[in-house]
Design a protein around this ligand. Structure first.
Ligand SMILES: [Zn+2]
Ligand SMILES: [Zn+2]
Length: 229
């Protein structure tokens, strides 16, 4: 589909779901195209999305926000620079790549601006076939090290995060995960409850030379493929 048409679908979706203002002027050929494709319809002289249009638009939003996370968290591009690239990205990612990126990023629920990322099939299935880079802190094991990338959650949680100094860019190491999470940052150790640990997304460093860990993951993947759980 034409990029321009996808952008219009996106705007219509945002106006319905997130209260963004619609643009008034839509050129005739674009409107014809979307009508022909069965993606929009007129209700009382007003354009709205068909079911298929809704589905496609939701997908574009999802791709845009996933791309933002990828560019921001993994590639380290600043928030001011990611918009343009994310806008190109959203038109070219295939379903397969989309799921791989989402899985790699730990199935994020919000974009770097705090807007929700509509979940995909991979999020619902909890797909683990792809080697992931970003994990919730609550998913890590003792000895794992990484860098905090972002925190998801309400104001209470965010306040806690700030008061602990658990900010993006901070390095941490997992000391223990039971009965509470104990992490080390610099020379200080903190205990975190599970809610807090689940809210913190960490870019995990490679565990150099820890073959055992690798074998465990490999085993886990194999088990899933055979459907043992
Ligand atoms: Zn965003
Ligand atoms: Zn996902």
């Amino acid at each position: 589909m034409k990029e321009e048409a996808e952008n219009l679908l996106k705007e219509l979706w945002l106006s319905v779901h997130e209260g963004l203002k619609e643009r008034g002027d839509i050129n005739d050929s674009l409107r014809e195209y979307l009508l022909d494709e069965g993606l929009i319809k007129f209700v009382n002289d007003k354009i709205s999305l068909t079911e298929e249009g809704e589905r496609r638009a939701r997908k574009i939003i999802r791709l845009h926000r996933l791309a933002e996370r990828l560019l921001n968290d993994v590639l380290g591009m600043g928030e001011s620079k990611i918009e343009e690239s994310a806008c190109k990205f959203e038109h070219i990612i295939s379903d397969e790549v989309e799921e791989a990126i989402c899985t790699l990023l730990g199935h994020p629920t919000v974009c770097p601006h705090g807007f929700p990322i509509p979940p995909g099939n991979c999020c619902i299935k909890g797909e683990r076939e792809v080697e992931r880079l970003i994990f919730r802190l609550s998913e890590l094991s003792p000895g794992d090290e990484g860098v905090i990338k972002y925190v998801v959650g309400g104001k209470d949680l965010s306040n806690k995060v700030v008061s602990f100094g658990l900010l993006p860019g901070e390095k941490l190491k997992i000391i223990r995960v039971f009965p509470t999470f104990i992490i080390q940052m610099g020379n200080t150790q903190f205990a975190l409850d599970r809610d807090l640990a689940s809210a913190i997304f960490v870019l995990k460093h490679e565990n150099n030379g820890e073959k055992k860990e690798e074998e465990k993951h490999g085993f886990f993947r194999k088990r899933r493929r055979k459907g043992w759980e």
